[in-house]
Design a binder for this molecule. Structure first.
Ligand SMILES: *Cc1c(COP(=O)(O)O)cnc(C)c1O
Length: 348
């Protein structure tokens, strides 16, 4: 049976070319600043995003957690939307390792505005006996909002407001290159309106691991210490960095294929089921809301899996499909038929 894996864009396997650059990577002990491939990757990313400095991380979660820890002091509040990855998946480590608490808003679309931040600030009094606002964190694209793009204008307005109020802004940009490709905006333009930004190599760029954290030199120096504290200081990291460097040099423009495929999947399903609640995908994520039925997301994903189509039960009645490297247009057509049959069979 044919198997198509839409669970996440982390489910890609490295190409033969990528395996070759990993095998041949020039490496050394990065504890002594001698891993040339890692140094090259960090310099390449800092240039691409127009930041002073960059730090290679084993994972996106570590990038975010190190960023939170580097920006804040114990007991601070971090303001963000509840649909963001840091809130949805990383509440535990933010509290336990970060020693901060997440002050989450519930926006309709994940687009944080100065008004949302002001409201969160006014939840309690401020001053000596109250927590300080340590950071505002935004996400682009927004994972819990079907890969929605955080509009540049909204980001700029928020950043300028935060700047005036002396609050740094972090962008969890693990999928920011999807936004760049879709909107034809250079990475350094999004990065300009942030104090720190991350980018993943192991999502749409299809490397097996890695993320990069970028910002001012003073911030990255602090982050380098916390990366060590968190166990992320790797020695011959060039084997990982080689795959990341290959990915960021070769795989950015191919993201548009994923966007086209996600839209095609959406169209194919919507054509037959116009009443079904599906957010129009802006990038590579399709989320289907089946709340109008009695069917659970788990039941839906199980039925699809029986026919070789893997997808992710995002919430109790929301199912997520992510398009990525390795999924072709023909795969979309094949999968659409099975998904539509599942929708009919389950009477959604
Ligand atoms: C995937 C993702 C992360 C975490 O990355 P990992 O490499 O899986 O740890 C963080 N933030 C966002 C927005 C993501 O999509």
């Amino acid at each position: 049976m044919k198997r198509i894996d839409f669970r996440s864009d982390t489910c890609t396997l490295p190409s033969n070319e990528m395996r070759k650059v990993i095998f041949e990577a020039e490496v050394g002990d990065q504890g002594y600043w001698e891993d040339l491939t890692t140094l090259r990757l960090e310099e390449y990313c800092a240039n691409l995003f127009g930041k002073e400095s960059a730090l290679f991380m084993p994972s996106g979660t570590m990038s975010d957690q190190v960023a939170l820890r580097s920006w804040t002091k114990s007991g601070d509040e971090v303001i963000l939307d509840e649909s963001y990855h840091i809130s949805y998946f990383q509440t535990g480590p933010s509290t336990d390792l970060g020693k901060i608490f997440l002050s989450t808003t519930r926006t309709s679309d994940g687009i944080l505005t100065p008004d949302h931040v002001k409201n969160q600030m006014e939840v309690r009094k401020r001053g000596d006996r109250f927590p300080d606002i340590g950071l505002v964190s935004i996400e682009n694209t927004i994972s819990g909002q079907a890969g929605r793009i955080f509009p540049l204008e909204a980001q700029k307005e928020l950043y300028q407001w935060c700047n005036k109020n002396h609050i740094p802004v972090h962008m969890d940009g693990e999928r920011v290159l999807n936004a760049c490709v879709k909107k034809n905006i250079e990475p350094h333009v999004y990065a300009m309106y942030t104090d720190s930004i991350t980018c993943s190599f192991s999502k749409g760029l299809a490397a097996p691991f890695g993320s990069i954290l970028m910002g001012k030199k003073s911030f990255i120096n602090k982050a380098r210490k916390f990366r060590k504290w968190y166990g992320g200081s790797l020695h011959q990291s060039g084997f990982m960095a080689a795959a990341a460097l290959y990915a960021i040099k070769n795989n950015i423009s191919r993201l548009s294929e994923d966007h086209e495929n996600a839209f095609l999947l959406y169209e194919n399903i919507k054509k037959d089921f116009p009443d079904l609640e599906i957010v129009v995908p802006e990038t590579n994520i399709v989320m289907i809301n089946i709340q109008s039925s009695n069917v659970s997301a788990k039941q839906f994903t199980n039925n699809c899996a029986e026919n070789g189509i893997l997808c992710h039960p995002w919430k109790s009645q929301i199912v997520r499909f992510v398009t990525h490297y390795g999924i072709t247009k023909a795969d979309i057509c094949y999968a659409s038929d099975i998904i539509k049959r599942t929708i009919s069979d389950l009477k959604i």
